[in-house]
Design a protein around this ligand. Structure first.
Ligand code: GBH
Length: 454
């Protein structure tokens, strides 16, 4: 299924916004939150933005902004409280309500199957280290497709395996907070890729009408040429897809098998001695044809060519612009990361996330004047539009995020929303940026001097 119009959306993920924890099973993140010192100030995701009890209000705000798409994820422990076996009708009914309400308001649902909240019972079985995970996630996906594919056409398989593998099993910043060996990490990478492939096949075989399938990845080592010279561009391209010692935090290890049918040669030779045994059909499954590359992009590094053309990262100038999270404001990454990915993978791209955390609060006049976010959106979208004009096939942009939410290990310390949430009482206040972004969406970018007509 293709789009006739550029997608203007906002994105969220289940455990970051839902709450409603008593109506779902335990997740790996619930237990991580209970672990001393892991999540900022011991925050939990039990209530979060209480979307469970504000669903209609949240959809009404999407509508008010004039957005035509909404990306959300399904909570696996809400559908299958034990991770496998019994299915919760209450859980299924919750997403029926959401999907129906979106469709009633003319908003296209983009459903992410896995955005990091793993059933705790499956964590106990080894989580992503267990090769059976690709069968567990297949069973779960089949339940979703059987129930929702009469209404949901657009499926996103996995969100950022770089994070739920690398940050979860190597650096330990994310649940379950492990530091495994490279051998186990490579196994987890392969299990995630097989999961993507198997669930893509499940969607294709069972969807009630022609589905679109997107794989969404993070953009680690996103590289921006310091100058417009061919050698800086080449050095940036090289770094963007290179394999660092931190191989699970790269683009190519995850995206090459899906879109090119094989691991990068550099990975196979460098890690030969520790790689898992691949099944005969693994790469056929992993490279099952899908429709879009989903790009989550926030920042990038300036890169120049060294004497032998090797990439050298140039540190930021004193006083460089940064968000509340201290992430650098680097709109040019929107141009270069997409251009490089399109060159290499030749797949239409959907920006499945981009946004910033701000020091946002409700001002005396009752409004949230988040001018930084407005400027950020303008700058990143202008760069995105520049990539489109240079021939990169971009189909849509989802802002991260609709709501202030549970920002993983940072708890509620960071505010990424277009909408301010008071976590004491669940009150919502649309920020100035929400109205601004809505105007951009309604005018296909003309309000900021761009043109996103496709
Ligand atoms: C996204 O993560 C998440 O999808 C979303 O849930 C989250 O709330 C949002 O962004 C804001 O943080 O690949 O191992 O080298 C994106 C943020 C991008 C931060 C990749 C870490 C490098 C880690 N991440 N980045 S790695």
């Amino acid at each position: 299924m293709t789009h006739s119009k550029f997608l203007w959306g906002a994105a969220t993920a289940s455990i970051q916004i839902e709450g409603g924890a008593s109506a779902r099973g335990l997740s790996n993140w619930d237990v991580f939150c209970e672990t001393n010192g892991r999540v900022h100030a011991g925050h939990s995701a039990l209530i979060a933005a209480d979307h469970y009890n504000h669903l209609e209000e949240d959809v009404a705000m999407l509508k008010e902004m004039g957005l035509n798409a909404y990306r959300f994820s399904v909570s696996w422990p809400r559908i299958m409280p034990d991770g496998f076996g019994a299915v919760s009708e209450e859980g299924l009914a919750f997403y029926d309500r959401l999907i129906n309400s979106l469709l009633d308001n003319g908003i296209e649902p983009y459903l992410t199957i896995f955005h990091w909240d793993l059933p705790y019972s499956l964590h106990l079985k080894g989580g992503w280290l267990n090769p059976d995970i690709s069968d567990y996630i297949s069973d779960y996906t089949k339940v979703l497709v059987d129930r929702y594919s009469d209404r949901v056409k657009h499926w996103i398989t996995l969100n950022e395996p770089q994070c739920f593998i690398n940050l979860s099993y190597r650096t330990g910043e994310h649940a379950p907070g492990y530091h495994v060996s490279d051998r186990e990490l490579a196994l987890a990478v392969h299990n995630a890729l097989l999961s993507h492939g198997k669930i893509s096949q499940i969607i294709k075989a069972n969807a009630k009408s022609a589905p679109s399938i997107t794989y969404t990845q993070a953009m680690p080592m996103s590289s921006i040429p310091l100058t417009n010279t061919e050698k800086d561009i080449e050095a940036s391209r090289k770094r963007q897809f290179s394999i660092s010692s931190d191989f699970a935090g790269t683009i190519s290890v995850f995206a090459d098998p899906i879109f090119l049918g094989a691991y990068p040669a550099e990975y196979l030779t460098r890690y030969e001695s520790i790689l898992p045994k691949f099944g005969r059909d693994d790469f056929n499954i992993i490279s099952t044809p899908i429709d879009y590359l989903g790009v989550n992009i926030y920042m990038g590094d300036f890169v120049t060519a060294g004497p032998n053309g090797e990439p050298i990262v140039v540190s930021p100038k004193p006083g460089h612009a940064k968000t509340a999270y201290n992430w650098q404001v680097r709109p040019e990454c929107m141009y270069w990361a997409n251009r490089f990915c399109y060159e290499r993978y030749q797949k239409p791209i959907i920006i499945t996330e981009n946004g910033m955390s701000g020091n946002d609060w409700i001002h005396l006049d009752g409004k949230v004047h988040d001018y930084d976010r407005i400027d950020y959106i303008n700058r990143y979208l202008l760069e995105l539009n520049r990539a489109m004009k240079d021939g990169v096939d971009i189909r849509g942009y989802f802002h991260w995020s609709l709501l202030d939410n549970f920002e993983w290990a940072k708890g509620y310390y960071e505010r990424f929303g277009l909408v301010h949430v008071d976590f004491e009482n669940g009150n919502r206040t649309m920020k100035d940026s929400a109205y601004h972004f809505g105007t951009i969406a309604k005018t296909d970018g003309k309000s900021i001097g761009a043109d996103f007509t496709i």
